[in-house]
Structure formats: structure tokens, C-alpha cells
Design a protein around this ligand. Sequence first.
Ligand code: KG4
Ligand code: ZN
Length: 393
Amino acid sequence: MKILSIETSCDDTGITIFEAKGGINSASFKVLADELASQTVHEAYGGVFPMLAKREHLKNLPILLEKALKKAKLVNKAGSPDIDLITVTHGPGLEPALWTGITFAKELAKKWGVPVEPVNHMEGHILSVFGKTKGQFQIKKPKTPALALLVSGGHTELILMKDWMEYKIIGETLDDAVGEAFDKVARMLGLPYPGGPHISRLAEAKRENDAKVFRGRNFSAEKFTQSSNRRSAESPKNLASFSLPRPMIYSKDFNFSYSGLKTSVLYLIRDLEKSGKKIDDKIKSEIALEFENAAIECLTHKVKKAIEKYEIKTLILGGGVSANKHLQRELKKMVRKDLAKQKVELLMPTLELSRDNSVMIGIAGYLNYLKRVKKGKKIKPEIIKAVGNLRLE
Ligand code: KG4
Ligand code: ZN
């Protein structure tokens, strides 16, 4: 069947057209067209403005649809293309933004006489690890129990899948999301929005440089003396001269907290400025490195605990922050070395599919549509609505 997939939950407008076939355990997809428009208008404000996002989606959707239909060669004279199903994100996300995609989907469904499958954006991020933006791909049912770490600008969640496509949130952030903390710290350092990739770039460069210094035996132990942090002292790779907290790292649950870490950076910058230090590029990269180490360590520590507790066989990483190189490296190291005996398979999305996209929405939509058909259930497009705080349970 041919699927038109729509994503408008935040500041990316996505439209994908697929040819999909096979059952829930053997689904395969061929991408016929994939269009994504990222809204750059928010950069100037240092965050996403819902009403501005809505305006941009409204502008982008018809343009992207026309482009995608042409690319997929599905435009016919009757004006009703050969589409069998529409999938659309209905939450979580910014409600005004979500509504643009939902209303667009409903109008097309009415015009073309096809069903609409509403999709949970977070399920999309989980299934993004199977997708591609071009060519063909297959969904290989992962070994269960599986664990998903979903990290984005709005979410920091640990999801347990005892069975394929059965979800239970076992941990989440109690305040800010990890991506949000990256963005806010970047703003404090005068870096552009979204700040995650900028912080990460600075941190990687500093990490590499520190490693070179260490390898060159110019490494001076004094550099660690101001660090009260056990991890900094143990790791020769981190020459940061100050340390930041790892909030909730030793809490007995699987929850996270990022607002305190963000505030610690604010106080650190204030104290450095008070002591007459200029927040120059050198200090910025030191802060970026220590912040990234702290933020990622909070994630990996809880992931390891959860893998051990639930005897996890597959670890899935998803969401915008999954593009973070340090996070990817630490998780790879964890499954290969620390948890080698458990033989955990690590699945990560491609860089293109780590961010918001409509490929992942199409995958989740098709699989859920199959489940619905199997149960003999139908969904009336009119009842689909935007749910800003939709949960995956
Ligand atoms: O999933 P996503 O595209 O949108 C949301 O649903 O939020 O995630 C965007 C978030 C932003 O906070 C951005 O700064 C962060 O992902 N991000 C990163 C990196 N690339 C994107 N954070 C850390 N390191 C990165 N390399
Ligand atoms: Zn997302």
C-alpha cells in the first residue's frame, strides 16, 4: 500500500511517501519521496515559538506535498493520487503545530477517501532506528526485552519494551529535558539555537585536544586539582578545571533532572565573571566539555542500571540528542565492554532520522494501522485530535 506520512509536532515540517508491504513482524518500506523543511525563523529567538511554528507549517505543508507527489510520480489528472493511508503525528508536541498536520491530513483523507492513522511521536523516535530517507528498508523485530532511551528537546525518557511494540515508561526527567539543557547552556555561552550540536562540537574538540596533550605526556596533574569530581580525576581525558554536578545520578529510580545542572552552569559563568575571567573561547570549550560529560553520564548511568535490572537484549537510542557523538560512544563502549556478557544489541538512527522527521511517523503509522486492521477496528478521522502531552503507554 502507498502511505503519505506527515510530521508537524515542533519546528520541522516533514512529508514522506512510501510503498509499504508485509506484516507487523516483516514490514518493508520503499521511500518514494521524502521532504523536510526545517524552520530557521526560531533561531533569532533562541527557542521555538508555537504560533510561529504553526504559521510555517501551514506555509510548508502544501508545497512539500506537491513536491513529494511529483517525485513519487503519483500525480494524476483526477487530482486524487494513488495513496491508501495517511499517517500523522498527533502528540506529544506543540498543540498549534500538531493541529496543522492533523487538519491537513483530515482534509486530504476526506478528498481522497482514505483512512488516517494517528501516531505517537515518541513511538516514531523508537522506530526511527529501522528507517532510511532513501531506497528500501525492512523492520527487523528486535530481541526483547528491549529498552529505549529517548532524548530530545522535549523529552528524556527510558522506555521498557517487554514485548515488541509494548511500552512502559520506567524513567523520565522531572524537570528540563536533556536537549533543552544543551540549548539553554548554549544560549548562556552565546552559541546559536539549537545549541546541542554547537556544545557538542566544542566539547569534542576540547576532548580531542586534551587527549593529545595527555598522549604527549605534557599532562599536568595540577589541572585536576580544582576538580572535586571523582570522574574527572579518574579520567585522563577530561582536563576540565572545574566540575559540575551529576543530578540524581545515584537516585534509586530511573528518573533524570537537568534543571539543576543548567543552573550550575549559570552560577559557574557568574562566578567566573565575578572573579574577573573573560568567558572566552577557551573557557567556553571547557564549560561545554564538562557540561556534556555531566549530562551524558546521568543518562548512561541509568541506562546501565536498567539494562542490568531488566536483562535487556536490545538498546534503542532515539531523538535529536541521539546525534551526540559522546553519548553514542559511551553507549557503544557500555554494551561492548561493561555489559559484554549480556550481549546487548545497540540500535541507533542515522543522523537524518535522529531529528524530527516523517519517515519514523510512517513506520509507526503503518505498523499501528496493521494492528488496528487485525483487531477489526476502524478510526474515524474526525475524532483525531492533538494531544500536547501524549504519553507512550
Ligand atoms: O528530536 P528533536 O529534533 O526535536 C524534539 O522533539 O525536541 O531534538 C532536538 C534537540 C535539541 O535540543 C538539540 O539541541 C538537540 O536535540 N541536539 C543535540 C545534538 N543534536 C541535536 N544535543 C546534543 N548533541 C547533539 N549533537
Ligand atoms: Zn522529536
